[in-house]
Design a protein. Structure first.
Length: 187
């Protein structure tokens, strides 16, 4: 069963001047880069999935860190020539472009897509209201917070398990467990 937490809606982007390279923190940003005709540029990416999506969009992907903090550190260390352009969603977990500007890099940002929240579908409500365990893959702090808010639509019988520290902190008011918690005590 699949019940998406978010729907991605592309937003119009006007590029006043072409960037020398892109900064991408999601597969959605990579897809928008392709749709905007930016193929051939270097793309500094968070993680292997974003890098793979960037390559699929015709970009020269540079896997630059496992998360936004790692990406920031790598960009500040390597100092690529600007202007850089971050294609991002309306909501961000880390103010990446602002941090890079503070570090002296020339970077612009464009809100290229919206992440519209979705309620659980009927199959998800039934599964979450049942007695059998349910695995909820949560990959972002926002999706974790949205699922935690599903409690009004359906009672969550157990805290969701999350991959990564940011989603875990946001899910169920900090009561969620992660895949790397299997050798630790209760949350």
């Amino acid at each position: 069963m699949i019940s998406p937490v978010l729907a991605i809606e592309p937003l119009p982007v006007e590029l006043a001047a072409p960037p020398k390279a892109l900064v991408l923190t999601s597969e959605n940003g990579a897809a928008r880069a392709g749709a905007l005709g930016l193929a051939g540029l270097d793309a500094w990416c968070v993680g292997p999935r974003t890098a793979a999506a960037a390559r699929a969009a015709g970009l020269r992907a540079i896997e630059a860190g496992p998360d936004a903090e790692g990406l920031i550190a790598r960009l500040l260390a390597e100092r690529p020539a600007g202007p850089l352009l971050q294609l991002r969603g309306e909501q961000v977990a880390v103010p990446l472009a602002a941090r890079l500007r503070e570090g002296g890099l020339e970077i612009r940002e464009a809100v290229a897509y919206r992440q519209r929240a979705l309620p659980p579908n009927a199959a998800a409500r039934e599964a979450l209201g049942g007695t059998r365990p349910v695995v909820l893959p949560l990959f972002s702090p926002r999706s974790a917070a949205l699922v935690a808010g599903w409690g009004g639509a359906v009672p969550l019988q157990a805290p969701p398990a999350c991959r990564g520290d940011q989603p875990r902190r946001r899910a169920a008011g900090g009561q969620a467990r992660g895949a790397d918690d299997r050798h630790r005590g209760p949350p």
